[in-house]
Ligand binder design. Sequence first.
Ligand code: GLU
Length: 305
Amino acid sequence: MVYVQNNSLVVGRFAPSPSGPLHFGSLVAAVGSYCLARQGGGSWLVRIEDLDTPRVVSGAADAILQTLESCGLEWDGPVLYQSRRNDRYQAALDRLQQSGLLFACGCSRKEVLASAPHISEEGPIYAGVCRTGLAQGRRPRSVRIRVPQQQVCFADGVFGPREQRLDSVVGDFVLRRADGLFAYQLAVVVDDAESGVNQVVRGADLLSSTPRQIFLQSCLGYSPPDYIHLPLALAQDGEKISKRHGAVAIATGPGRAPDLWRALRFLGQSVPEELQNGPVTEVVAWGVKHFDLQQVPSSSQVADG
Ligand code: GLU
């Protein structure tokens, strides 16, 4: 049996955004999270992150689910749709509000940029303009949370010990956007906690969001899951393979074994050559049995997908 830090069976998840079909980069996250969850007999959940409605592409969620099915990656329980969970995010926001951690911010994106003390790899740092109340005549736009002047530390399963000062790298961040939508950072924390997720396996592009999520978990009284970030699949030009980048969709239907095989190889796993054209069930079974976290490289790699 494989247990996570708190001695319970793994509850893993895959949380795609339906902004396009499943591509090789997201298949890597799906396969990695699936194998690591199933390895010790744990469960694997699927959540459709369709909160950012302007970016949702109609039909993409169903296409992603069909591709997962074609790949033999079967999930437990019903699929969770973030777009149906606004009441849960509001309840969490209310709790944070009651703790006195939130404030209304009247700054536009332009104003945040103009007043930023510096710009980190995460973007302009919020200068704290509305921290102590909105200036006369300003209307509230977004809701932000005050971050402490402290280091947030965690141990990643692939990238090792990580630390981040939220105040100097991120600043007070937005939990409800000016367009009224709840921020990804809040939704992901609420969803993972309420679904009992204790192992988060996802792409390394979210490594730098993890401290924000750990901070929110501590504010909401949730215990943090284990974090395992996987190397990113890059296109030939060195950019992350993404839907926006015009990534090739993983097809739906029979014959997906080569895609799964490639995803396992990408993750450093020595899946035998002969499984490349075998039934998907055999490739998946091999992955569940043999997946070895120690073999996963921490550097992003070019993948022609
Ligand atoms: N929805 C995010 C994505 O598709 C993943 C979020 C997560 O795994 O926490 O990149």
